[in-house]
Structure formats: C-alpha cells, structure tokens
Design a protein around this ligand. Structure first.
Ligand code: SF4
Length: 286
C-alpha cells in the first residue's frame, strides 16, 4: 500500500477556494434529499409531479441531459437493438442517476454505465458482470442490504454509501472521450457537494481516479496533482482547509470482467479496500 500524507505536501499551499463555481450547473440541479435513495422510476414520477412552470427539476437535467451527442446516440442504439438475452427487457437507455444513501460517508465512483448493465437497468453496476462482482462485496463489507443486484426495483438499499460515475451514459467500448468526461464533471461536483457527511471517496479504476483528482483541482481542494498516482489499494489524505474535517481518497482496480476474470482483481483485494474505507470513514468494522 502506498500512503501519502497530503497535509504535509500541501502544508504551505494556500487553499484557493473550497468550491469554485460550477460552469454548467444551477442550484436547481440538486435532487431533493428525500429522493436520493429512490429508484429512478420513482424519482422521475415525483420529479414530474413537482416540476413547476418552466423551471426544470433536478432530475430532468440528469436523465434528459444531451450534452454528449455521441453517447446519447450510442445508448439509444443499444437500448433499441438490445442483447439477445434481454430482448424482453425494457432498457433504461438514458443517463444513469447516482444511487444510495443521501447521508453517505463513503462515495464509490465508477467509470460509466455498462451498455447492457446500468444502461439497461438504470442503476449503477446493476445487471452485469461488474455488478455481480461488486455488490456481494459491498454486502459483505456492510454497505449493501443484499448481495444480488438485478434491477432497480430489487429492494437493494445502501448504508452509509453512495455510487456514482464520472460519466453517466454508456460509452462505446467503455471508453469515454475527454470532452465527454468534462461535460459530465459538473454532475460529479454537485454530487460530492451535496454529501455533507462524506469522509471517503473510493475510485474504481484509473479513469474514475483521474476524474476525482480533476474534481479536487477544480474545486480548489488541492493545488496540484503532485503525488496522487493511481494504483490498487492506494490511499491519500485530502486537505479541506484549516478547520474542516479531512477526507480520504482511496482507489481500487475497476471490477470489470477484464480484471476479475484474469485475477488482476480478486474479491479479497477489493474487500480489503472496502474495509479500509469503513475504517477511514469512522464506521464500525464489518
Ligand atoms: S455523459 Fe453526462 S454530460 Fe454527457 S450526455 Fe450523459 S449525462 Fe450528459
């Protein structure tokens, strides 16, 4: 494990501003907190009911986002064509909202929805091989109510945890372009800003790690990238000013089939990261 004390590295660096003003977002972007742990279908319903006049609701700005034409076209194409095994399934086919506890102390950040996973079910890491690997470990670590995640109304509840991604629409070949990551960045900024209890960010894969480091730079929480290097089971302390509580940045390899089928990432390796996240968040051991 590699460990860097950021309080030492950043000791003499002035903290510019805790949060720079997001360029694309508005206060209306934030979801009402009561909706955060609901299924997307419930949120869409409540959202439709509560939208007033021409003022767009928070979720309208997420699930109806069209900033990335290439990704929207790809998601729509996949949702229409479908995989043979899911021909009877109505694909979500839209940007995938975050999922979990609005008071989460731990935020898990992934790359992007899988074409036939989240893009099909509408919930992060649900319905594909990555989720089949991830959720049993979240359950074992005490973050998830059940180990099986099949669809967005399967009863799954997250405890002290929330899951999001640096890109909310499924990219071709699981490879978003830099512009697409930049387009989606304001959503990540708002997500993190809304989590008042947040103590630990766990990045699942290098692209997620780079996205979170870019967030820390954008929001003035760090001055430079410095020694923030991605690796499995690394952890870094994030400075948040002189008086506020510090946060931790942890990283794991992404639970893609490419990593889990080859043994690059084993359940024991990922569980160790999750248990460390509990410890850094001040949660009881699982
Ligand atoms: S990836 Fe993000 S910014 Fe791009 S269309 Fe989807 S939700 Fe919008």
């Amino acid at each position: 494990m590699e460990r860097v004390a950021w309080n030492k590295i950043e000791r003499n660096a002035p903290v510019r501003k805790r949060f720079l003003k997001p360029t694309h977002s508005t206060p209306e972007f934030r979801l009402p907190m009561a909706l955060y742990n609901q299924s997307p279908s419930t949120i869409a319903l409540v959202s439709a009911i509560t939208t007033e006049g021409s003022r767009a609701s928070a979720l309208d700005l997420i699930v109806d986002c069209n900033r990335c034409a290439r990704l929207r076209d790809h998601c729509a194409m996949v949702a229409e064509k479908k995989r043979r095994a899911y021909l009877g399934f109505e694909y979500w086919g839209r940007p995938v909202p975050s999922f979990g506890d609005p008071q989460a102390r731990v935020l898990f950040v992934g790359l992007a929805p899988g074409a036939h996973g989240s893009n099909r079910t509408g919930r992060p890491f649900t319905g594909d091989g990555s989720g089949d690997f991830l959720y049993p470990l979240l359950h074992k670590a005490g973050f998830a109510s059940q180990s099986v995640a099949t669809h967005r109304d399967d009863g799954m509840v997250l405890y002290d945890a929330r899951i999001t991604a640096v890109v909310r629409c499924a990219p071709p070949g699981n490879k978003p372009l830099p512009d697409e990551i930049a387009n989606c960045a304001p959503y990540l900024d708002e997500e993190i800003a809304a989590l008042d209890q947040l103590r630990v960010i766990v990045c699942l894969g290098k692209i997620a790690f780079d996205g979170v480091v870019a967030h820390l730079l954008r929001t003035g929480q760090i001055e430079r990238r410095g020694q923030l290097v991605f690796g499995h089971d690394v952890e870094y302390r994030i400075p948040r000013g002189q008086t506020s509580e510090r946060r931790w940045l942890l990283a794991s390899y992404h639970p893609s089939l490419q990593n889990t089928n080859t043994g690059k990432l084993t359940p024991a390796m990922m569980l160790r990261v999750f248990r460390r996240a509990r410890q850094r968040a001040g949660l009881p051991a699982s």
